[in-house]
Design a protein around this ligand. Structure first.
Ligand code: ATP
Length: 578
């Protein structure tokens, strides 16, 4: 809670004025039963007409003050809680952005979103309602109890004795409801996940004619949700009438015993009326006790989860005084590099020097470690042993932003945002002109199809817009990477969805226009790699063959075997395109 309060104190002026308003509202609220008492005892019973107008004026005045400060209090508490909500969400988002790739490998996206949304929402609810009502209720309860004891301690004692079971039942009701809410919340998450996966995977469901099965699965889940809600209603049916009954017992007891005291003249009628006003300041806190303790405990649980994220330090950090060149030359060297994701060694004692401007192709069996070799250049992951150098400097000594700004990557899993084509490409270089964007698209062989679209570069893609084929998405991603014009370019299996001729044309354009960049290409077709300066064949985390196309063919090793398997396709390209 103290750390949440630190966020609250970032907006201390609003919080302090809101709290002063709250105390003022509570203060004047306690005057109303007192004024009613004077009106009845002095104005009506004793017939002192001179007190009537001032008292009525006082009640009206108090009501006006209460409304004004009540508004100020509500507004400022809303403001502070919304600001805290915004600040925590911003801090979390910024902090999560700094985490290394490994964190996201093991973290469930749904869980992370729930931290950012539901847990921060709980904090907002606590500050906006829970904490405020908790403090308000404590003040109301304490001040009113003292006043009730001053008015008539015997009656106060009797009423208080009836309040205790109300508080107990309220707390018990809440505990039982809470168990159910936990289940409802898990069930809601399941329903959402099922619905989301079914909508996202609707093509697959239809292709396998599984609509009926999936619909039944959903209906069953929804019925479970209904049943859970009905169990909650059953608990409410059981406890609410008892709470209402005890509340009424307290009121009836107060009227009967209080009436008796009035008849005995140990209490005035005005005091009894005032007593019946103050008693509600005890009833409400008792009825809300369960809810309030629940809000505060939920807040603690949420705060714990939030601060676990905010306190987590990224494993890949910038060194102090890190090397920050504007532009690197682009040579890359691996010195005795070993690498593992968890415990299993993925790359073993790798040694390799790539001069700047080289075109490097990487081939090999699936899971051999091709992508892992390239992940190490931009420190998506850090080596377990050895070092990776760019321009002769260990990448761990580089300023991370500077290192990554000198690289451009197209990964295996193409990701495009739900935005226009232009904005998706501009992510590579937000300052780029339209001419530069078109040129990048020309090289990436996607200009023609974009120009053919009715809205051209302004076409919305992704969830809100048109769908694109796998190959079209890959080419847009490549254009985005080219727009960056970085000294190091990495295409990680980024042309796999292209037909052989388009892939060849794209790589041909690339060699011509990006001869200055050190380019790494992971590909599976001989046609895509044969013009590279150096081809690496990777197996089981080791480079088993290295050389240019001719050297590797002469070697008659693994590369030659792949060449033989693909020979026919290669012949077609040779005669058709080149
Ligand atoms: N994020 C990860 N966490 C744990 N293990 C991983 C991770 N990524 C890859 N691996 C494992 O590391 C090994 C090498 O993976 P890598 O992606 O480098 O292979 P690859 O040669 O690029 O394969 P492919 O051609 O199928 O993409 C594989 O055994 C893979 O299962």
């Amino acid at each position: 809670m103290s750390r949440i309060l630190k966020y609250v104190f970032r907006h201390k002026l609003s919080f302090i004025i809101g709290s002063i308003s709250m105390v003022l509202v509570i203060g004047v609220d306690h005057l109303i039963p007192y004024l009613q008492m004077i009106l009845i005892d002095d104005g009506i019973t004793k017939g002192k007409s001179s007190v009537v107008l001032p008292v009525i004026g006082g009640i009206i005045g108090v009501t006006i003050i209460k409304s004004i400060f009540g508004y100020v209090k509500e507004y400022l508490y809303d403001l502070v809680s919304s600001k805290v909500h915004e600040d925590i969400k911003n801090d979390m988002f910024k902090h999560i952005q700094s985490f290394e790739f490994k964190y996201f490998d093991s973290m469930n996206t749904g869980e992370l979103l729930s931290r950012i949304n539901e847990d921060v929402e709980n904090i907002w609810q606590t500050i906006a309602f829970g904490l405020r009502l908790f403090v308000e209720n404590i003040i109301y309860f304490t001040v009113s109890t003292v006043i009730l004891f001053v008015i008539n301690w015997q009656l106060a004692l009797i009423c208080l004795a009836i309040m205790i079971p109300i508080g107990y039942m309220g707390t018990r009701l809440n505990r039982l409801l809470n168990k159910g809410y936990g289940k409802i919340s898990d069930h809601t998450a399941e329903i959402n996940t099922t619905a989301q996966q079914n909508i996202a995977g609707v093509r697959l469901v239809k292709a396998f004619a599984r609509e009926k099965h999936e619909t039944l699965k959903f209906l069953k889940m929804n019925r479970g949700y209904y049943d859970l809600n009905m169990s909650q209603a059953k608990i409410m049916r059981k406890y609410f009438p008892n709470i209402e009954f005890l509340t009424n017992i307290a009121l009836v007891a107060m009227i009967i015993i209080g009436g008796y005291f009035v008849l005995q003249q140990s209490m005035t009628l005005g005091e009894l009326v005032a007593f019946s006003g103050y008693i509600w300041n005890l009833i409400w806190p008792m009825r809300m006790l369960g809810w309030l303790t629940d809000v505060l405990s939920k807040n603690q649980a949420s705060a714990k989860k939030i601060f676990e994220i905010l306190d987590r330090k990224t494993a890949i950090e910038n060194k102090e005084g890190a090397y920050t060149p504007n532009l690197v030359d682009g040579s890359v060297e691996y010195k005795n590099v070993s690498f593992k994701y968890n415990d299993e060694i993925v790359l073993k004692d790798l040694n390799l020097y790539i001069p700047s401007g080289s075109k490097v192709a990487i081939m090999g069996t699936t899971g051999a470690g091709k992508s892992s070799i390239l992940h190490l250049i931009g420190r998506s992951y850090d080596v377990a042993k050895g070092e990776v150098l760019v321009d002769g400097v260990n990448v761990k000594d580089f300023n991370l932003t500077s290192l990554r700004q000198n690289m451009s990557l197209v990964s295996q899993d193409t990701f495009l945002f739900s935005d226009t084509i232009e904005n998706n490409i501009k992510l590579g270089n937000p300052e780029a002109t339209m001419d530069e964007i078109r040129e990048a698209c020309r090289i990436a062989c996607c200009l023609d199809f974009i120009d053919e679209l009715e809205e051209g570069f302004s076409t919305e893609i992704g969830e809100r817009g048109i769908g694109l084929s796998g190959g079209q998405k890959q080419r847009i991603s490549i254009a985005r990477a080219l727009l960056r014009n970085a000294p190091i370019l990495i295409l990680d299996d980024a042309t796999s969805a292209l037909d052989m001729e388009t892939e060849y044309e794209l790589l041909h354009n690339l060699n011509k226009r990006f001869s200055h960049s050190t380019t790494f290409i992971i590909a599976h077709r001989i046609s895509a790699v044969k013009n590279a300066d150096v081809i690496l064949f990777v197996e089981n985390g080791e480079i088993v063959e290295k050389g240019n196309h001719k050297q590797l063919l002469d070697k008659k090793g693994r590369y030659f075997e792949v060449y033989e398997e693909q020979f026919k396709d290669f012949e077609t390209v040779e005669s058709g395109v080149v």
